[in-house]
Design a protein. Structure first.
Length: 260
């Protein structure tokens, strides 16, 4: 295992150093490409890694995200133009990854993107059931009409089903950041992570990985790459129960106002 991690790390750093004399636009594309190649090698052909925007049922948008990790059983996303970045529904997204040449110098850029991503809310089946049950319980009956007992019974059924889905992923999308260069100590990474919207940081040249709750992983040397991959794997392994996107987004539009 260790020799393979060493080889992957060497490929990533050589690709970065080889592109260091190129224009900023070209360098950015190369870094994203090589990190995607790293992820694709680790997770295999079943997993896709894209780039583009994320939107939710409350009409929030993330803006451009370097790498979007979708759930493996989700095929639906929308191209912004042929062969270009795509628009992903929040419920299809496992995690968002920002890639920087020097994460210490570009940390504010990471924080800006992370803040936008964290505004998004994923609606899985449990949230739809709770929203619908609440509407059935609280919506007034038409004037002069007694409450319909069937509505209360239906709301109870929805709540009972929701109770069986408590292990769904949370509303918020995890945000990870990768820097080819950056901070040199674990303590500095931890200080910057604390209180931010970023959930984990990998610095490739220093070979350091730090993460906050719920992961709380920390690693050095080439094992930092393994810790980064395991953190993504933890999110990928979560069981997701979805309603159709049409239903989820119609429920939000009908029963809940836009966030803001």
């Amino acid at each position: 295992m260790e020799p393979r991690l060493v080889a992957l790390h060497r490929v990533l750093m050589e690709a970065f150093e080889g592109g260091d004399v190129m224009s900023n636009a070209t360098k950015g594309s190369e870094r994203e490409l090589f990190v995607r190649a790293f992820l694709s090698q680790a997770f295999g052909p079943m997993h896709r890694f894209g780039t583009g925007d994320i939107t939710d049922s409350y009409r929030e948008r993330s803006g451009q995200v370097d790498i979007i990790v979708p759930f493996p059983d989700v095929a639906l996303s929308f191209p912004m133009y042929p062969e270009g970045p795509r628009l992903f529904l929040a419920e299809s997204v496992v995690a968002a990854i920002e890639i920087k040449s020097d994460i210490a110098n570009q940390w504010n850029e990471v924080l800006s993107t992370a803040a936008k991503v964290k505004k998004l809310r994923r609606r899985f089946k449990r949230q739809n059931l709770l929203t619908t049950a609440h509407h059935l319980q609280t919506a007034p009956s038409p004037p002069g009409t007694p409450p319909d007992p069937k509505r209360a019974e239906l709301a109870k059924q929805f709540l009972q089903e929701a109770d069986t889905l408590v292990h769904e992923p949370g509303e918020r999308i995890p945000v990870f950041a990768v820097g080819f260069k950056g901070w040199k100590t674990r303590e500095t990474i931890q200080e910057n992570l604390q209180g931010s919207n970023v959930d984990a940081v990998l610095v490739l040249d220093a070979m350091l990985f730090e993460s906050g709750p719920p992961y709380l992983r920390t690693s050095t040397e080439v094992w930092s790459l393994m810790a980064f991959l395991e953190t993504i794997e933890q999110e990928l392994s979560q069981r997701v129960t979805r309603d159709s996107a049409t239903y989820s987004y119609q429920i939000a539009a009908a029963f809940e106002p836009p966030a803001g």
